[in-house]
Design a protein around this ligand. Structure first.
Ligand code: GRF
Length: 212
């Protein structure tokens, strides 16, 4: 069964479009049924329009509007969404919200892509920070979302050399190329829940099953 997923994005939406391309090319088995966005001016909304994907915008600060996440849950439920795919979504989800996507196996059915080799450089501007730090290598991480910023069981990571990069933009460009391939690739087995999950030293561990 094709999983009905919602993509959550705040900005440019290049990962969102890469996922749509992958579905179209038959490289990702998913039904991207909704885009949820927290900014009315996000370019990701234009991409949704182009691809005729229904969008829903939830603006405002969740702390000032305790019903905001409730509205998000209602929209997601009314679209029968089974999995959330964060792609450049800059808002922190509350543990209550994450809880509403928790599977009986203990993990939440929410994924994120982060532009560093976590746990290095969590938070914003990670490619730039890796470049400015003088790191020789950085990378991309796909993980399941859990409480805490850029935390949660790691599903896939890919590193790349940045010592020859002259600018942070160059690092980002190389990173995005990897993101656009790695996210659909990894989502294929995550969405099928074709992994084992266990808690080890109070941390969730996600391991892809070798079969299937
Ligand atoms: C990407 O670098 C992603 O890893 C990070 O935010 C950026 C979003 O870019 N979480 P885009 O909106 O998908 O183009």
């Amino acid at each position: 069964m094709m999983k009905r997923v919602a993509v959550l994005a705040s900005g440019r939406g290049s990962n969102f479009e890469a996922l749509l391309d992958a579905v179209k090319a038959g490289a990702l088995e998913a039904n991207i049924a909704l885009l949820l966005c927290d900014r009315r001016e996000a370019p990701a909304l234009k991409i949704a329009e182009k691809w005729k994907i229904p969008c829903f915008v939830v603006e405002g600060q969740p702390k000032q509007d305790p019903l905001q996440e409730q509205r998000m849950v209602e929209v997601l439920e009314s679209h029968d969404i089974r999995f959330l795919v964060l792609a450049g979504y800059r808002r922190i989800l509350s543990s209550g919200f994450i809880q509403s996507f928790r599977s009986p196996h203990g993990y939440a059915r929410i994924t994120n892509i982060h532009p560093s080799l976590l746990p290095a450089f969590p938070g914003l501007h990670s490619y730039q920070r890796a470049f400015e730090y003088g790191a020789k290598v950085t990378g991309v991480t796909v993980h399941l979302v859990d409480d805490g910023v850029d935390q949660g069981p790691i599903c896939a990571q890919e590193s790349f050399e940045i010592s020859s990069c002259q600018t942070a933009e160059e690092v980002e460009q190389r990173g995005l190329e990897i993101e656009h391939r790695l996210y659909p690739e990894t989502l294929n087995w995550i969405l099928q829940e074709n992994f084992d999950y266990r808690v080890e030293r109070s941390r969730g561990v996600c391991t892809r099953r070798s079969s299937g």
